[in-house]
Structure formats: structure tokens, C-alpha cells
Ligand binder design. Structure first.
Ligand code: ATP
Ligand code: MG
Length: 484
């Protein structure tokens, strides 16, 4: 069974209160009792003195000469007089303990012999019998004890007073326990409510709801505790947020790493594949040469094929090394100010020989533009794009080269009237080794490295490349920032 702190506190308070009431009432009641005893003791002592004085006075006023004789003789009258003066039942005894005078009509049922005997030995003795105090004291002449007097005093009033006080204590006790119970219950309810509030706050923090912490605005430990929980929950929230940010960063990095790993695997797979083809061809040609070494024509043809494949292999190795050096190391590009028109014109001249082999005409329209770029990479980019425009053109086709300035950039367009690139391949032609169709190119099939080199070199120098269609052919558009 669960006992709440409210119940525990209340019960503890009540027990403490009852204990206090018990101690206080016990001490007060004992005080009252002692006080009552002292007051009736002195009252009876005074009365016994008064009785002795009265007896002496009566002796002086009488004709008697012997005190003891007077006392015995007049005992009856003396006791009546004493009852009248003292307003107490008074009985007189002689030296032998015989009752010689009583101011009361009724007879005593109690036996006071023992008390009388003690009193005859010059002692004051008293005893409580029910509500009556029986007080026995000596009676003297001028020098000696001549008898004993017994006074009876009723303490009914004192007893009643004492009992009333006890009753009052019980009533006050019950009422104060009830009031204390109600007040304590309410007060502890108030406290426990706050503690429950704190408990709920801690619970919500544990469940990840950091804004459900309620602050208790009291200047005590509970107030401080609630503020502490509030600060703690904020810190936890911040930490968790930080952790989740870090986690997502890590996840992103991991994804990138996985992507990179996949790309690298693909790259290596492609390299292996691309290398094997020319090597197989060269090996086959060497076999042919060995087998038919007397057939001059065959040997000649095989040599040419092998040479072509070797050249292709050499090209490919050069490109791969260049590509991976751009990717792996922060490749040193020596940017400088050049006029793109001057370089383009030179490149066109260089390429026009190859173009004319296929009856392809290069038409250009170029403006002078000062760009800020690595000279060698600009040449490489231009050659690759013009080379593609020749390779994937139709016989007797055309190539249009335009260069102009737009939005602080030098835009260069290389348009061909060739076979075009289907839309679904456009996004992938910049990937290494990606080729649309091996059989589409003229005699020389490419390795698919040219455009990826172009793309990487441009990106490294804040430049862009776009590919669009032109009535069946293709337009490659590059834009390079102007020199400022
Ligand atoms: P490499 O340039 O390494 O000798 P490649 O020319 O095949 O070989 P990229 O220059 O990267 O490789 O071109 C990728 C592919 O994009 C080509 O194989 C070709 O299919 C296609 N392509 C590129 N330029 C054109 C173009 N002007 N017209 C049509 N298709 C093109
Ligand atoms: Mg190419």
C-alpha cells in the first residue's frame, strides 16, 4: 500500500501535537493538585491554631483555675463554639484519646484511633477519606498537650475544579487535534501539490518533452529545485539537439563516403575494362605479326592497328592520371589573365586539319574577352569540346563557334550539326568513362574521359558548362568569369 507524504506528514503532526498536549496537561494538572494540597494544609493549620487560641480565651474568661480540668469539663460547649467560629466539623479528645466533645450530631463510622494516637504524641496528622480531609492536631494548655482536636474539611469544590480542568483539557485537546488535522492536511496538500508538480516535470523531461517543466515561484528549496530542473531540461535539450545535428552530419558524411566509394569502385572497374580492350587488340595484332611474318601487307596493317591502340592507351592513361590528380590533390591551377579569342583562334587552326578530313567546316564569330583562367586547362577544355564536335558530327557537317560577353562572363558556344545526345544521357555524359554509344563515333571510339575532365576543370575555376540541342546537333555552352 502506498502512503503519500501528505498522510505521513499529517499523522506525524497529529502525534506530535497529542504528545505536547499530554505533557502540558500532565504538568498543569499536577501543579493544580499540589497547589490545592498546600492551600488546604495551611488552611487547616491556621484553623487548628485558631481553635487552640479560642480554647485558651474561653479558659481565661472562665472561673476555672486548672486548664486541663476546664478542657475536659467544657469540651462539649467548646466543640459547638468551634464549629460555629471555624464553620468546620470539630471534635475534641482528651489525653487518653477519648472523645469528649463533638459539635456534630451524626456519628463517625470511621476508626480514627491510629491518627488520634499519633496526634497524642504531639504530631499533626491528616488523611483524605473520599472528599473529606480529616485533620488531627494537638490541643495545648500553656505548656503541655492536654488533648487532640479533629477537624473535617470537605474538598468537594477542589475536586470538582480539578475534574472540570481535566474535562476542559480533553475538549480543548480534541478540538485542537481536529483543527490541526484540517490545517495540516491543507498545508501539506499545498506542499505535496508542488512536489507532484516537480515529479510531473521530471517525468516529462524523461519523455523528451522539455517545455513542460513548470517553475514554482517560491523562495524555498522547492522553488530552487524547480528552477534547477528547468535549467537542466534546457541543457539536456541543447545537448540532444547538438547530438542530433552531429548525427545527421555524420550520416551525411557517411552517405557521401559511400557514394564516393561506389564511384571509385565504378571508376576502377571501368579502368580495368577500358585497359583490357586495347591490350587485347595489341596482343592479337602481335600474334598475327608472328604468325604471318612473311605477309608484308598483313604485318603492315597489324602494326598500324597496334600503333593506334597504343596511342589510344597512352591517351587514356594520360587522361586518367590527370583526372585523378585533379580529384585527389588540390591540383595547382595557375590562373592568369588571357584573351579567350586569341587562344580559341589558335585551337581552331590546330583542329581544322582534322575537321577537314571529314569535310567539316568550322565557322566562328568571337569577341575579345579577358578571362581569368589556367591557360593549359582552357586549351584542354576547348580541344575536347571541338574534338567531340568533329567526332560526333556528320560528314560534311558544320561547327559554329561563338564567343561573347554576358553578365560579367565570357560565354563560349560550340555547336555542331551532328548526331545529337538523347535527353536521357545528357545528365551522365560528364561522368568518367560514360559514352552514349560506342558505335556512334566515327572510326575512333572515345574512352568517355574528355567531358568529365572538362567539367572538373571548369568547376575548379568557378565556371559552368551546359548542354542543349540544336536542330539535331548539340550545343555545349561554357561560361567563364571575366577578369576584374
Ligand atoms: P574521349 O573524349 O575521352 O576521347 P569521348 O569523346 O567518348 O572520349 P567524352 O568526350 O567524355 O568522351 O564524351 C562522352 C560521350 O558523350 C561521348 O562518348 C558521346 O557519346 C557523347 N558526346 C560528347 N560530345 C558529343 C557531341 N558533340 N555530339 C554528340 N554526342 C556527344
Ligand atoms: Mg571527347
Amino acid at each position: 500500500m502506498k502512503i503519500s507524504i501528505r498522510q505521513k506528514f499529517t499523522v506525524f503532526m497529529i502525534l506530535l501535537l497529542i504528545f505536547n498536549l499530554f505533557i502540558i496537561s500532565t504538568l498543569i494538572l499536577r501543579g493544580i493538585k499540589d497547589n490545592q494540597r498546600l492551600s488546604y494544609e495551611s488552611f487547616l493549620k491556621d484553623n487548628s491554631k485558631t481553635a487552640n487560641l479560642l480554647i485558651r480565651e474561653k479558659f481565661y474568661l472562665s472561673k476555672y483555675t486548672n486548664f486541663e480540668y476546664f478542657y475536659k469539663d467544657k469540651a462539649k460547649e467548646l466543640s459547638i463554639e468551634l464549629v460555629r467560629v471555624l464553620d468546620l466539623d470539630t471534635i475534641l479528645y482528651d489525653k487518653e484519646g477519648n472523645l469528649i466533645g463533638s459539635g456534630r450530631i451524626s456519628n463517625d463510622k470511621e476508626d480514627y484511633t491510629e491518627m488520634i494516637t499519633k496526634a497524642l504524641d504531639n504530631n499533626i496528622v491528616y488523611q483524605r477519606i473520599g472528599d473529606i480531609i480529616v485533620y488531627v492536631a494537638p490541643v495545648y494548655d500553656f505548656n503541655h498537650q492536654i488533648g487532640v482536636l479533629k477537624i473535617e474539611y470537605s474538598i468537594k469544590k477542589e475536586r470538582k475544579f480539578y475534574e472540570d480542568i481535566v474535562k476542559l483539557f480533553i475538549q480543548v485537546g480534541i478540538v485542537s487535534v481536529i483543527i490541526a488535522f484540517l490545517v495540516a492536511s491543507f498545508y501539506f496538500w499545498f506542499f505535496v501539490k508542488k512536489i507532484v508538480q516537480l515529479k510531473e516535470s521530471v517525468k516529462s523531461v524523461a519523455n523528451g518533452d522539455y517545455h513542460a517543466v513548470s517553475i514554482i515561484n517560491t523562495k524555498d528549496e522547492l522553488g530552487e529545485l524547480s528552477k534547477g530542473i528547468f535549467v537542466m531540461s534546457n541543457k539536456i535539450e541543447d545537448n540532444i539537439e547538438e547530438i542530433s545535428v552531429e548525427k545527421s552530419k555524420l550520416q551525411d558524411a557517411l552517405k557521401k563516403l559511400q557514394k564516393l566509394e561506389k564511384k571509385q569502385k565504378e571508376f576502377i572497374g571501368n579502368i580495368t575494362h577500358e585497359f583490357r580492350t586495347p591490350i587485347t587488340v595489341i596482343k592479337a595484332q602481335l600474334d598475327l605479326i608472328t604468325l604471318y611474318d612473311d605477309d608484308e601487307e598483313m604485318v603492315d596493317r597489324s602494326k598500324k592497328v597496334a600503333e593506334k591502340e597504343l596511342k589510344r592507351l597512352d591517351n587514356m592513361i594520360g587522361n586518367i592520371l590527370y583526372l585523378s590528380s585533379i580529384e585527389k590533390y588540390d591540383f595547382e591551377l595557375k590562373k592568369e589573365k588571357i584573351d579567350s579569342k586569341v587562344f580559341l583562334r589558335e585551337i581552331i587552326e590546330r583542329m581544322s586539319g582534322k575537321a577537314s578530313k571529314f569535310g567539316i567546316e568550322i565557322i566562328h564569330d568571337m569577341t575579345s574577352a579577358e578571362i581569368y583562367i589556367d591557360k593549359d586547362s582552357f586549351i584542354q577544355i576547348s580541344i575536347n569540346l571541338i574534338d567531340n564536335a568533329i567526332k560526333y558530327n556528320k560528314n560534311n557537317g558544320k561547327i559554329f563557334i561563338r564567343s561573347y560577353i554576358k553578365d560579367e562572363k565570357n560565354v563560349i558556344e560550340i555547336e555542331d550539326t551532328g548526331i545529337g545526345i538523347p535527353d536521357e544521357h545528357k545528365s551522365r555524359i560528364f561522368d568518367p568513362f560514360y559514352t552514349v554509344d560506342k558505335n556512334r563515333a566515327k572510326n575512333f571510339s572515345g574512352t568517355g574521359l574528355g567531358l568529365s575532365l572538362v567539367y572538373k576543370l571548369l568547376k575548379k575555376q568557378n565556371s559552368n558548362i551546359k548542354v542543349t540541342d540544336s536542330n539535331g546537333g548539340t550545343i555545349f555552352q561554357i561560361s567563364i568569369p571575366l577578369y576584374k
